[in-house]
Design a protein around this ligand. Structure first.
Ligand code: F6P
Length: 324
């Protein structure tokens, strides 16, 4: 079962900790005497056979870096059957008999197609700042993104309380509100808007009105995919109803994707990178590797992609209670 050669790619939105996972894959493979080809630019590099040799020294000094040394890209060619067939043929020609794909939902869907359609042997590693992939309680990058957003919100709180202002802070999360809810709880936000739940603006206005009576400042954390259309729109609606409010908006954007990974992300990435290689040697295939209840766990791709991960329900109760 030991692969003759492993290829490794990162795809989709980069996430802090991807480099730590790359390092762990390369060094674990080297430990077992398996050569590794890095694929540049995600699936696009697979279609174009853009491979580089990766030895233990090629991944030195990257565990602490955000982004991905293998880069990421969109690939129109990979969306076609012909493109995917070329990708599989390129792997074969390079003597590669197993592929490791580091990324989130989109990446693992592409990986799933490579297995079912082209018969590629493959393991996925759960990595996206959005934490919206099944098969892992947390995905690589989520913790760092939350901490980055939190630091920014803490700073905004300083200036908000100096003026008695209300800040609408938009964080990433196109389809899910994990970052919004977790940073909201951690920052002591007064309100959080997430895509998963339609919150009534009435409720938000009520909270802000009550709070403006005795509180120095208010923070509303808004996930970019919230159903009202983002922080600017929401702030406009609230301002129209409550012109007396002194409101400012801050969109944190891509700064949440970069930066040095936290301890949590580095350790998780190291565990998952090593587990992916160990798993391939044991004969695991067509699985996403993640951490569930503290343990490394292999989940079938179809299951991991289809899983609808939900924000911990108690957080929805906690937030208004703690912001009273
Ligand atoms: O990585 C996921 C994500 O952060 C989403 O929350 C966000 O909508 C998206 O990436 C933006 O990515 P890009 O600008 O690369 O398309």
């Amino acid at each position: 079962m030991k692969p003759a050669r492993i290829a490794l790619l990162t795809s989709g939105g980069d996430a802090p900790g991807m480099n730590a996972a790359i390092r762990a894959v390369v060094r674990t493979a080297a430990f077992h005497g398996i050569p590794v080809s890095g694929v540049m630019d995600g699936f696009d590099g697979l279609v174009k056979a853009h491979f580089i040799e990766l030895g233990p020294r090629d991944v030195r000094n990257i565990i602490q870096r955000g982004g991905t040394m293998l880069r990421s890209a969109r690939s129109e060619a990979f969306r076609t059957v012909e493109g995917r067939a070329r990708a599989a043929a390129n792997l074969k020609q390079a003597g590669i008999d197993a592929l490791i794909c580091i990324g989130g939902g989109g990446t693992q869907s592409g990986a799933h197609q490579l297995v079912t359609e082209q018969g590629v042997r493959l393991i996925g590693i759960a990595s996206t700042i959005d934490n919206d992939l099944g098969g892992s309680d947390r995905t690589i990058g989520f913790d760092t993104a939350c901490n980055t957003a939190l630091e920014a919100i803490d700073r905004l709180r300083d200036t908000a309380s100096s003026y008695g202002r209300i800040f609408f802070v938009e964080v990433m999360g196109r389809d899910t509100g994990f970052i919004a809810m977790h940073t909201g709880i951690a920052a002591g936000a007064e309100y959080v808007m997430v895509p998963e739940r339609r919150e009534h603006v009435d409720g938000l206005v009520r909270v802000l009105e009550n709070r403006s009576k005795g509180k120095g400042s208010s923070i509303v954390v808004v996930a970019e995919g919230d159903q009202e259309g983002g922080a600017f729109k929401l702030a406009e609606v609230v301002k129209a109803r409550c012109p007396q409010f002194d409101i400012r908006v801050s969109v944190l954007g891509h700064l949440q994707r970069g930066g040095n990974p936290t301890v949590t992300d580095r350790v998780m990435a190291s565990r998952l990178g090593a587990a992916a290689v160990d798993g391939l040697i044991r004969g695991e295939d067509h699985r996403v590797v993640g951490i569930v209840n503290g343990k490394v766990c292999f989940t079938p791709h179809a299951e991991a992609i289809a899983a609808k991960k939900t924000i911990e329900p108690d957080l929805f109760r906690l937030l208004p209670m703690l912001a009273i």
